[in-house]
Design a protein around this ligand. Structure first.
Ligand code: AMP
Length: 193
């Protein structure tokens, strides 16, 4: 059962590739950005607390995010498989996820890092902002989000590399090309297990 994490900077295609991978493997696609945006739209307590951080391109505090993900994964019936997109994004979140995984026999078995050069990321995000009207895809916020990724999320690459579950995939190309690379990388990981 696949328990994968897509670990990539904003604009790298996590959402698109996460959905495809999840559908192919028959597991739910859990995107924390989408879940948080839903909370904001519905005006929940979590949404009200998260909104300002999201609009500035800052990370939402760990305890809020852990709560949202906990509801989705551990819920009434703990999920056996999933593709996580956008979580963990800090070392504390990664440690919380690992503790949950160890306690429930559900640690991640693949972490896919999508590698895309920064100018290409910025171009894609501004294009998405113009197309979908996402309020955090503006010129100013886009740069802030890249910086936040470098500072808070990049260190997770080493965390997972040390556990031998990290695969790095070239994220430049068409959607099917990148999906093929991800599939091959995950299969290679499974065979060396
Ligand atoms: P995304 O759709 O993954 O780009 O996420 C959009 C925004 O939601 C981010 O810029 C953060 O403000 C917030 N967010 C999503 N996932 C997390 C997370 N794991 N930790 C903290 N903030 C998050």
């Amino acid at each position: 059962m696949l328990r994968a994490l897509l670990l990539a900077p904003p604009g790298a295609g996590k959402g698109t590739q996460g959905e495809l991978l999840a559908a192919e493997r028959g597991v739910p696609h859990l995107a924390t950005g989408d879940m948080l945006r839903r909370h904001v739209t519905e005006g929940t307590t979590i949404g009200k607390q998260a909104q300002a951080y999201m609009e500035k391109g800052e990370l939402v505090p760990d305890e809020l995010v852990n709560q949202v993900v906990g509801q989705a994964i551990a819920g009434d019936e703990p999920l056996e498989g999933f593709v996580l997109d956008g979580f963990p994004r800090t070392l504390d979140q990664a440690r919380a996820a690992y503790e949950y995984g160890i306690a429930n026999n559900r640690t991640f078995n693949a972490v896919v890092s999508l590698v895309v050069p920064e100018p290409e990321l910025v171009r894609r995000m501004l294009e998405r902002g113009a197309r979908d009207g996402r309020s955090d895809d503006t010129e100013e916020t886009v740069h802030r989000r890249q910086m936040v990724y470098d500072e808070s999320t990049k260190p997770l690459l080493d965390f997972y590399r040390e556990r031998d579950i990290l695969v790095e995939v070239d994220g430049v190309g068409s959607v099917p090309e990148v999906a093929d690379r991800i599939r091959a990388a995950i299969d290679a990981l499974a065979t060396t297990d």
